[in-house]
Design a protein around this ligand. Sequence first.
Ligand code: URP
Ligand code: ZN
Length: 464
Amino acid sequence: MDILIKNGTVVTSKEIKQADILVSKDKIDSIKPCGSFHEEVCLKVIDASNMLVMPGGVDVHTHLDMPFMGTKSTDDFRTGTIAAAMGGTTSIVDYVIPNKHESLKKAVNKWHKKAVDKAVIDYGFHVALVPPVDKILREFDYLVEAGITSVKCFLAYKNSLMLSDADLYRVFTKAAEHKLLVCVHAENGEIIDYLTKKYLKEGRKEPVCHADSRPPELEDEAVSRVIKISKLTETPVYFAHLSSKGGIKEIKRAKKNKQKVFAETCPQYMTFNQHKYLSEDFEAAKYVMSPPLRKYKHSSYIKKSLKDGIIDVVATDHCPFNFNKEKQRGIRDFTRIPNGIPGIETRMPVMFNEMIVKMGMCLSKFVEVNCAKPAKIFGLSQKGDIKPGKDADIVLWNPDIIWKIKNKNLHENVDYSAFEDYVVTGKPVTIISRGEIIVENGELKAEPGRGLYINRQISNSAYS
Ligand code: URP
Ligand code: ZN
C-alpha cells in the first residue's frame, strides 16, 4: 500500500470518527479503526494525531486566465491551482467564456490548452452561453460528451454576456433535454445599465457607484424571475454567488415548494459589508465585484441560511486583478474597474474560521458545503468524500494553528488579498491529490501539469 494516514479524526459530510485511512495508488482503499493496518507494508505513514482528515476542497466557481472587461484575470492554471492546493482545495470547476459567435467546442479547446500543462490539481469546466445563442444551443450534445454538464447564463453585463429572457427560456428548455445544470448570474442587467449611465451622466465616477448601481433588489428580482422560468420549463437551476437577503428568501420559498433550486455564496459575502466602498481613496476598487458587497443584514442572513441548509455551496468566484495595475483602469470611471476579487487560496481557511470557530457549526457541515455538495451537484463523482473507491483527495488540517492572512505569504498571482490581516484558526498543512502528496507541511511538492481534466457526470442532484 502506498500511504497510511493514521490516528486522524476523519471528517466527511456524513460522519466524524477516529480512523486510519489506507491509500492505494490514486484511490482510497479502506478506512478502519485506528491501529488496524500493518504500517510495515506501507510506503509512507503519516501520523495525523490531533489533525482533522477531510476531503480536498472543491471550488466550483473560478475564473483563471479569463479575458474580461478589456483585461485578463491574473492567475493562470499554474498559479491559480497552486494557490488552490496550498489552501486545501484539490478540484476546481472553471468557467469557459466563449467569444461572441465562437463555437462552444472551440472555446472549450482553448480552455483545455490553458490548463493542460499547468494545473497542479484536477479541474473541470462549465461553459458560459453568450449571445447570440441560436447556434450554440445545437452544441449541447457535444458538451455532455466532453464531460461538461453545466452551463452558465449571465443576466448582467448588458451588451456583452447578458442573455435576454427569451434566450434564457430557450436555454432552460434545451438544457433540460440534455440534463445540463443551468448556473445563473442573477442581477437585473437592464436596470443596472440604466443606473450606470445615469451616474456617469451625473458625474459620479467613484467605486462606490458600482454598488449603488447594483442594489440588492435587482438581485432579488432576477432570482425571482429565474425561479419562475425554471418552474415553467421544469429545469433545475443553480444560482452562483448569491449576496442578497431577498434573493435567498426567494430560494428558500422555491426549495419549500420542492423546486430543484441550488444556491451558492462566497466567503466575501459573509465576511465583508458595503462599508468597504466608503474608503476615500481608490482602495474600494479592491472590492469591486458583481454582485457587490451588501449591508450587514444581508451577510448575517447568508450565514443563517448556510446553517439552515438553504445555501448548498460555498465557492470563491476567484477572479483576481492587481490593484496597482488592472484595477487602476477605472480610477476615473468605476465602470472600467474590472469586476472580481481573489480568494481561491483563502476559501477553506476563511470558511473554517467563520463556520467552525466563530459560528460553532459542525465539522461535517463545513465538509458538506465546501467539498461534498459541490462535487455532488456538479457530477464530480470521484471527489468530495472519503470513502473506499473515491479519489484519494485528502486534506490534513491542523485545527489549532492561529495565523493571519498576508498576501505576501499567499500564492495567488495578484498584489493584494481582500482578506489581508484576517485572523484564522486552523490551517491545511498536508494535501493529497489522487494519492500523491502535493503539499507537505505547507510546502508545495507538485509539478505543473499533473492535474487532470475531470470528465463530469450528469448532476444526479439536479436530475435524479
Ligand atoms: O465580479 C465578478 N464576479 N467577476 C467575475 C465574473 C462574474 O460575474 O462571475
Ligand atoms: Zn464568476
